[in-house]
Design a protein around this ligand. Structure first.
Ligand code: NAD
Length: 510
């Protein structure tokens, strides 16, 4: 794979620079703005990333627009063949990508490989594009008339992704966008930008024509340039709720098709008849995996009073065994993404105390197997959290698990349904009737029954409700194919002797 970084001078020192990828080549662009890329386990700036100007984004969009006609007209079989090759390359070289994720995001190697595996599922789904896009056909809908539908690509689409899944979230979108014949400009998170560049190289190796996937880096300037560009037909966004709302409102106002997935605060309801060991395992895995930096993390457990003490005891016991440190050393949890974010997360422990919660485990005191300057925060458990507290209300996006005690099912359900977020939720119970009621009554887009992180498999679609998704279009699965294609209905008659003559009435069937 060719070199992705060029050397440039920053602050007098030589620092590797992550460049854009436009028309199949590394491009420095016209802007001298750049941002830091840290190694969070060391707490040092390891690279810088170029921030695109409006002109740089325009160059990427123009490259995508030039590539579109030929790619759209490339046969399904050939597009599918690129995806099959990409799938094989990605599966074979996932360890290389995992090392990049650990280096820039901090997540531990096993978690990085898990992220890639879930992204790979969507590449496999993209290989199934003929099945999902083949349209419908009605022969002889009216005498001598056939009606059929075809699905065609939109054109240039923009994808804007968050820091927490630098490989998986781009992979939720671009394989389907590309397989269906669109061309793409991807703007990954500026905090961990190298995974996208690595994937773009791999697609080129898989035979993707230049210009079909372009990557620009940057901040609001790059995002706004994509949102406002008249050639961009659709935007897929994943990130925090305020930005998702902004993207949806501005993108749709500019006439684009927009799917904008936002933030989350996911609740797990533990009923008295639950298997408490299973529930405690699930809470620890889903609360502290990826250091809580997952949109499907469980951040609140609603524990029914009668079992809450036992449940908290079991969770605490498991937390004592968790190891925190450098993700390359086989630890359970890595660092947080930046020092600023780490400090913000740590501040919630004090907020919890002030608001009257019990701090059962303070993650700031956890032993660390890593460099002293890393952005560390150990697993934290706060019990008896009032729902009025910011610890309950805010999306903390770190390893802070709150327990809110409830009297029973009704109170627990009410709290979940009152939340502004509706991404994921889970119920732990051995009562099938309670579980069935929960799945019907809860106002959340993805529900787990004795499963803590109910991220749907690739052939179902992913997305929340309420402030966790703006627009109705979920990502990947059948809804993903819908989002990146537009349906055309064709009514056709091949001339036969039964010519109907002039009739100005609205067409009816005969
Ligand atoms: P973020 O909203 O800060 O950034 C997301 C993207 O938006 C990045 O590419 C960033 O460069 C860009 N951006 C940031 N500020 C912007 C602005 N003012 N104007 C325009 N663009 C801007 O999110 P993040 O911190 O990178 O990621 C974490 C968030 O993403 C959490 O809220 C998490 O819940 C959410 N998330 C949601 C899902 C989901 O499926 N719903 C999945 C992953 C992450």
């Amino acid at each position: 794979m060719s070199q992705t970084l060029t050397e440039s001078q920053a602050s007098g020192a030589t620092t590797a620079m992550v460049e854009h990828w436009i028309d199949g080549a590394s491009v420095a662009g016209s802007s001298d703005r750049s941002g830091p890329v840290y190694n969070p386990a060391l707490g040092v700036e390891q690279k810088r990333v170029r921030f695109a100007s409006t002109e740089d984004v325009d160059a990427a969009v123009q490259a995508a627009a030039r590539a579109f006609p030929a790619w759209r007209d490339t046969s399904i079989a050939k597009r599918q063949a690129v995806m099959f090759r990409f799938r094989e390359l990605l599966a074979g070289r996932s360890k290389e990508l995992a090392a990049i994720l650990t280096s820039e995001h901090g997540k531990v190697t096993a978690d990085a490989l898990g992220e890639i595996a879930r992204g790979l599922e969507v590449v496999e789904l993209a290989c199934a594009l003929p099945e999902y896009t083949k349209g419908e056909y009605s022969e002889n809908a009216s005498s001598g008339i056939d009606v059929y539908t075809v699905r065609q690509p939109l054109g240039v689409v923009g994808i804007i992704s968050p820091f927490n899944f630098p490989a998986m979230v781009p992979l939720w979108f671009f394989p389907l966008a590309i397989a269906t014949g669109n061309t793409v400009v991807l703007k990954p998170s500026e905090k961990d930008p190298s995974a996208s560049i690595w994937l773009a190289h791999l697609l080129q190796e898989a035979g993707l024509p230049d210009g079909v996937l372009n990557v620009v880096h940057g901040d609001k300037i790059a995002v706004d340039a994509l949102l406002e560009h008249p050639t961009v037909r659709a935007v897929s966004f994943v990130g925090s709720t305020p930005i998702a709302k902004y993207i949806y409102e501005h993108g749709t106002a500019a006439g684009k098709r927009v799917q904008a997935l936002g933030g989350a605060k996911n609740h797990m309801l533990v009923l008295p008849d639950a298997d408490l060991d299973l529930a405690a395992d699930a809470a620890v895995n889903a609360g502290f995996g990826s250091s809580g930096e997952r949109c499907m993390a469980i951040s609140v457990v609603l524990a029914v009073d009668s079992v809450a003490d036992a449940f908290v005891g079991k969770v605490r016991e498991r937390m004592a065994r968790l190891t925190v440190g450098d993700g390359t050393r086989g630890t359970d949890m890595g660092p947080l993404i930046t020092r600023e974010h780490r400090d913000k997360v740590a501040g919630y422990v004090d907020t919890a105390r002030t608001d009257g919660a019990d701090v059962v485990v303070d993650g700031r005191e956890h032993e660390i197997d890593g460099d002293a300057d890393g952005f560390w925060m150990g697993p934290t458990l706060v019990d008896k959290v009032p729902v009025s507290s910011a610890v309950y209300r805010d999306e903390i996006f770190g390893p802070v698990l709150s327990v809110v005690r409830v009297e029973g099912y009704e109170e627990g359900l009410g709290i979940i349904n009152d939340s502004r977020y509706g991404n994921g939720t889970a119920i732990f119970t051995n009562d099938g009737g309670a579980a069935r009621r929960f799945q019907r009554e809860v106002t959340v887009g993805m529900v787990g029954i004795n499963v803590p992180i109910p991220v749907p498999v690739a052939y179902h679609s992913f997305g929340g409700w309420k402030d966790s998704l703006f627009g109705h279009a979920k990502s990947y699965g059948p809804r993903g194919f819908d989002f990146y294609t537009q349906e055309k209905a064709i009514t056709s008659r091949w001339l036969d002797p039964s010519h109907g003559g002039i009739n100005l009435g609205f067409p009816q069937h005969d």
